[in-house]
Each structure stands twice: as structure tokens, then as C-alpha cells.
Write a protein that binds this ligand. Structure first.
Ligand code: SF4
Length: 301
């Protein structure tokens, strides 16, 4: 163990802290975390942990969600600039306007949204449970879904539901192209193509499976195949290799790197623990309304 890893371990125990890391984090962050998972898993962990402090190695909306679910805990984000461009592609004003036009609609927000948008929503969902959340809404109900138009289109296709979509997308996942995947398929003809539903619809159409990051981990472990072309942020490949050392993984694009996820470094993680920074807060009136949408999501799964 390096000195910095040792220091993190010591201070974490002293402060009764837990380190949660998203599947897209750097390998050294994943390796030192108490728990690595997707947004849904991490929300559940944040809601149930007995720790006093949660250090969230991910992006801002994830730390906000942890604060909403655990208002009495200290939630730390090691780099306050670790945001999510997709989450910033929808505003609370846009949702309020859509609600005024479609007053009978149910509002479903992807977890990649600011707390203010969640507070105007009936349900949250993640890529792991979006299909189940939408399917749980009574047939015939109009649905407003934001911000990811590609995840929204995928859910429409799978469920046949009529949804009003906003215009958000993940810039990182747009580096994955049909051409790139077909080139890799020429080289690795036996490889199974797994992609995230934040990819564009053409990419999803040629994939063998469309899965959340945790869904990918389970799929790969259960699969008899030995080679996979992986269409999501390349941080996931560290976990896939660790859990399946005998299998081969090829990123669908080497450029699929989320610059925001990569802002979290091991040095910043140590600093966050030493300085109790940056503390993420959500005003209680917003948190109370947002909590209902998140808890409804957790109840569906
Ligand atoms: S990978 Fe995309 S959706 Fe995820 S945090 Fe980065 S920009 Fe946001």
C-alpha cells in the first residue's frame, strides 16, 4: 500500500467515513473505494450506510442525491467542479413550462439532473431501472422525460409508451459511433457488443445488448463469450477486467472518457477527507420534494 493510500485508510476510519465510487472513476479510486457501482447502487448505499461521512467519487448530481437521501450525513465531493453537462441541459423552468402545457403528465427525471429538477418530478430513474419505472406508470398516462433524449428514445422503443422528451445528451457517449464499432467487429468478429443507453439510437440498434454499467458487469460475468466491445465510459473496463480476468475487453472508442469523472484524483480524495471538503448541501425545501421522486424510484426496483 502506498503512503497516500495508507493515509486515506487511516483518516477514513478516524472520521467514520465511507468512500463511494462510480464505475467510471479512475482505477486507483475504484481500488480504494469501499463500494463501486452505478448511480442506482450508489443511491441505495448512500441511503442505507451507517457512516457519518460519505465521500462521493463521482459527479455533482450524485453527491446531491446522496445528500437528499442522507440529510444528516456530511457528503463530500473531492472536486466541486465535477459536474455533468447532461444534467445541465435541462432547467427547472423548462420542466415547469412543460408541466403547465401538459398538466396531466407524469414527470420522470433521469437521476442525471439538478436537485431543483428532481423536486419538480414525480419519479427519478437511472439507466438500470428506467424501463421498470416507466412501465410502472399506468397505461395511457402522458409522460414527460428528461434530460437524455437517447435514453428516452430507448425507453419509448422498449415500452411503447408515449413520452415527451427534452433535448439533453451525454457528450462523452456521443464519441461512440456505428463506424467505430463496425471496424472493431471486423478485427474481433467473435466479440459481443454491449452499449449504454446514453449512446445514440443508431449505436443502440447495432448492439447485442443495451445495459447500465452494473448491467454490463453482470452480463459479462454470466456470458459464455470471451470478448466484448464496450460502449460506455472507459473507466468501467477496470472493473470488468478485475472481475473477469480471463476475458478480453475493447473500448468502442478510446475517446469515451468523461472529463468530469476524471477530475477526481487520489490526491484530491485525501484532501477531501483531511479538510472535510467540498461539502455538498441541498436546501431542505428542495430536498424534501426531490426525496419523494427518488424514494419512489427506489420503491419500484
Ligand atoms: S459520462 Fe456523460 S452522463 Fe455521465 S457524468 Fe460524464 S457527461 Fe454526465
Amino acid at each position: 500500500m502506498t503512503t497516500i493510500q495508507q493515509k486515506i485508510k487511516t483518516i477514513k476510519e478516524k472520521k467514520q467515513a465511507i468512500i463511494l465510487a462510480h464505475n467510471y472513476q479512475r482505477p486507483e479510486i475504484q481500488d480504494i473505494a469501499d463500494f463501486v457501482g452505478d448511480s442506482l447502487d450508489l443511491s441505495r448505499m448512500a441511503a442505507n450506510t451507517k457512516a457519518r461521512v460519505i465521500v462521493f467519487c463521482g459527479v455533482h448530481f450524485m453527491a446531491e442525491t446522496a445528500k437528499i437521501l442522507s440529510p444528516n450525513k456530511m457528503i463530500l465531493l473531492p472536486d466541486i467542479d465535477a459536474g455533468c453537462p447532461m444534467a445541465d441541459m435541462v432547467t427547472v423552468e423548462e420542466i415547469k413550462k412543460l408541466k403547465s402545457i401538459h398538466s396531466d403528465a407524469v414527470v420522470v427525471s433521469y437521476v442525471n439532473t439538478p436537485a431543483t429538477v428532481k423536486a419538480e418530478s414525480d419519479y427519478c430513474c437511472t439507466s438500470a431501472n428506467g424501463l421498470r419505472v416507466v412501465s410502472a406508470i399506468p397505461e395511457g398516462k402522458k409522460i414527460i422525460f428528461s434530460p437524455d433524449k437517447y435514453l428516452g428514445s430507448y425507453i419509448i422503443k422498449q415500452t411503447g409508451r408515449d413520452m415527451i422528451l427534452t433535448n439533453g445528451f451525454c457528450p462523452t457517449h456521443q464519441t461512440i459511433t456505428v463506424e467505430g464499432i463496425l471496424q472493431l467487429k471486423e478485427k474481433y468478429s467473435q466479440a459481443v457488443v454491449i452499449v449504454h443507453p446514453e449512446c445514440n439510437s443508431e449505436v443502440i440498434d447495432i448492439a447485442d445488448a443495451t445495459l447500465s454499467t452494473n448491467g454490463m458487469c453482470k452480463y459479462v460475468t454470466d456470458s459464455e463469450a470471451n470478448e466484448f466491445i464496450v460502449g460506455t465510459e472507459i473507466g468501467i473496463i477496470h472493473r470488468l477486467k478485475k472481475e473477469n480476468p480471463q476475458k478480453q475487453f475493447y473500448p468502442a472508442s478510446e475517446r469515451t472518457v468523461c472529463p468530469n469523472m476524471k477530475l477526481i484524483t487520489i490526491e484530491k480524495l485525501l484532501w477531501a477527507l483531511e479538510e472535510d471538503a467540498y461539502q455538498v448541501e441541498v436546501p431542505e425545501d428542495i430536498a424534501e420534494k426531490a426525496r419523494m421522486a427518488i424514494e419512489r424510484m427506489l420503491a419500484v426496483v
